[in-house]
Design a protein around this ligand. Structure first.
Ligand code: MET
Ligand SMILES: [Zn+2]
Length: 327
């Protein structure tokens, strides 16, 4: 294999910072793919023509997205599988059986690996439980979130990603609920058998969407002690408000100073879940340069963008990371 493991990289290069790609779902939308669908950005892969038609337009769009993120300097790229849980796929597409589902995921991962080449790292992206019913930005998991069987929900996608040698790391994204976080962190290496990270979905004012503080999260993680899955590699935030993201990361870093962090905020536009539109950015936007420097000083080891960030943003992050070498 042409690349070392992400864990090895992070350990052997204590000051190294890796650049992640940007928001794949919204970037595909910008390029003309209609993602308004219960499986969201995974929708192009559901259509058989993606795999069979040599002139498939969607395939060209996905390829060009990856190649533009690579050209911008991304070293870590994600599969487009945020809303591809077995539940979402089997309830909303013609794919019904576990075997068909596994074929689909395996094809997506191989295709993504072909697009990015052997020397880049590939993240198996798994959206939070809330991604299947659009509650990842509210954290409202109903009256009895402690009764949700998170393992049952995640298991098919997780088992597929565990086995797939093309994936370097698993990313649980936009996790808004403490019960869900605790569930993921209760799973040992028989359930998550390769390195993984968790991106939290956090309010502008710095608490998890369900109100849990960063302090409570850190205390919980510390309390795991030797029970902690050794594959837990990075913790961080994703799809959080751009202008607030560095303060949020800093508060997490203060709570967990030695732990590698990951940060990939959204573009600063705000999604209106009722009207289903993105509202404009705040007028006073910080520059990536400043944000990236703050991230690095707050323990960030992987930095990228989430929804509505584009290859241009990734290029700005790349330049800021390079400039910040040693800052
Ligand atoms: C709602 S956050 C979505 C993150 C995901 N990696 C994507 O952009 O496709
Ligand atoms: Zn996002």
């Amino acid at each position: 294999m042409a690349r070392q493991s992400i864990k090895e990289y992070l350990t052997n290069n204590p000051r190294g910072v890796l650049v992640l790609d940007g928001g794949q779902g919204t970037e595909l939308e910008n390029r003309g793919i209609k993602v308004a669908n219960p499986v969201w950005s995974t929708v192009p892969f559901i259509n058989e023509s993606f795999w069979l038609d040599p002139a498939s337009k969607d395939r060209e769009i996905v390829k060009s997205m990856y190649s533009d993120f690579l050209r911008s300097g991304a070293q870590v790229l994600m599969t487009i599988t945020y809303q591809a849980s077995f539940k979402s796929v089997s309830e909303n597409t013609r794919i019904q059986t576990l075997s068909e589902y596994n074929d689909l995921l395996t094809k997506i991962v191989s295709f993504s690996r072909e697009c990015i080449g052997d020397d880049k790292w590939l993240v198996g992206c798994i959206g939070a439980w809330g991604a299947h019913n659009c509650s990842e930005f509210t954290g409202d998991y109903g009256a009895t979130p402690e009764k949700i069987d998170f393992l049952e929900y995640f298991k098919p996608q997780l088992m597929n990603f565990n086995e797939n040698q093309d994936l370097d790391i698993i990313g649980f994204e936009t996790v808004p609920n403490f019960h869900e976080l605790k569930a993921i962190l209760s799973w040992d290496t028989s359930i998550i058998s390769k390195p993984f990270f968790i991106g939290l979905s956090v309010h502008e004012h710095g608490v998890l969407r369900d109100g849990t503080t960063m302090h409570e999260i850190a205390e919980f993680i510390k309390s795991l002690g030797p029970k902690m899955n050794p594959n837990f590699t990075l913790l961080g935030i994703n799809c959080v408000s751009y202008n607030h993201s560095h303060d949020i990361l800093e508060s997490l870093h203060k709570e967990m100073p030695g732990f590698p962090l990951i940060a990939y905020p959204n573009s600063g536009e705000v999604y209106d879940t009722v009207k289903k539109i993105w509202n404009p950015k705040e007028s006073q936007m910080l520059a990536w340069d400043d944000i990236v420097e703050r991230y690095i000083n707050s323990g960030a080891r992987i930095i990228g963008g989430c929804c509505r960030t584009s290859p241009k943003d990734i290029q700005a992050i790349r330049e800021a990371v390079d400039r910040c070498d040693g800052c």
